[in-house]
Design a protein around this ligand. Sequence first.
Ligand code: FMN
Length: 341
Amino acid sequence: MLYSLVRKALFAVDPETAHDLTLEALKLGGWSGATRLLCREKDQPVQCMGLTFPNPVGVAPGLDKNADCFEALGDLGFGFVEVGTVTPRPQQGNPKPRVFRLTKAQAMINRLGFNNKGVDYLVERVRNHRFRGVLGINIGKNFDTPMERATEDYLHCLDKVYPFADYVTVNISSPNTKNLRDLQGEHELDALLGALAERRTELSDQYDRCVPLALKVAPDLDDDAIAVIAQVVSHHRMDAVIATNTTIDRAAVANMEHAEEAGGLSGAPLKEKADRVLGELRQALPPEVGMIGVGGITCGQDAVDKLDLGADLVQFYTGMVYRGPDLVTECLESIAARRTE
Ligand SMILES: Cc1cc2nc3c(=O)[nH]c(=O)nc-3n(C[C@H](O)[C@H](O)[C@H](O)COP(=O)(O)O)c2cc1C
C-alpha cells in the first residue's frame, strides 16, 4: 500500500536516479535506526553451502553494488544480501542512460557495466557490520583488464573480501562487460575455477575458515553449455551455482518500448529462461552443490517455482523495483505454505 505511493514518485524520475534515491533513503534509514523499526523477524532457517541462512529469500547483486545499505536491506526481512559486483579498481561503467524500465512487462534492461567504487571501498563498508543475515560478496573484473588477465582480477578481489564474506560469488555472466561470458567456456572456466579453488585452499589455511564459492551463470546457455558448466563446477568443488543473470534475448518483450536497448533484460520476462537453466543445472549437479534461483521473481509463487525446481535459496532485484518490500513477505509466506503442504 505504502510502496504504491513511493513507486509512483520513483517512477516519475529516470530509473537510475530512482535507484540512487532509494539507496540514499535506505542509508538514512539504516543509519538513523528507522529501518530497524520496520524490522521484520522472518525466521525460516535453511542450510546451504554449509551456512545457516535465517530465511531463503535474498537480495540479488547489483542493487547494493558498494555495500552501502545491506544492513537496512536486512531490516526489510531478507535472509541474505549479495553485494557487488565489485572490481579491483573503481570504475564509472557505461555512459548514461543505461537503465530502462519496461513497465508493462515488469521488466528492466540495464547496461551499467559494473559501475562501482572498487574493492577497497567495499571492504571498508563490510569490515564491521550489524547485519545478522548472510552476506555474499559478488566479484568481477575491470572492463579494461585484458581477458587473458581476468583471473588476476578475480584472485585480487577474492584475497580482499575473503575475511569479511560469508560466501563469495564469481560473476562471469554479465552481458555488459565485453567478452566476460566467454569465461563460461570449458577451457576458460576450468582455468578460472582451478585458480580460485587453489587460492581458496591457501586462504582457508591462513584464516582458519573455508568460505564457500558460488558461480553465477547466464540464462542464454544451451544444453551442452549447461552440461559443461556442471562438470567443471563439480570438478573444482564449487559450493553453489546461481542461476541466472540477465538475458540478451528480447523475444519475450518484442515490440515493447526500450526492448531494443542493448544490455541485460531482467524481471518477469526472464523467468522462463532462468527456470530452465536452474532446473537443468539441478539435474546435472550432485546434491551437495547448492543452487540459488534468481530471475523473474515478481510474486510468491515465482519463488516457490524455483524451490520446486531444486533451488535452496532465491534472490530478486527487479521484483523489488516493481513490488517493494512487500514482495519479501509474500515470498516468505508462500514458501512457508509450501513447507506445510
Ligand atoms: C540494474 C541492475 C544491475 C545489476 N547488476 C548486477 C551486478 O552487478 N552483478 C550481478 O551479478 N548481477 C547484476 N544484476 C543481475 C541481478 O542480480 C539478477 O541476476 C537479474 O536481474 C535477474 O533477477 P531479477 O529478474 O529478479 O532482477 C543486475 C540487475 C539489474 C536490473
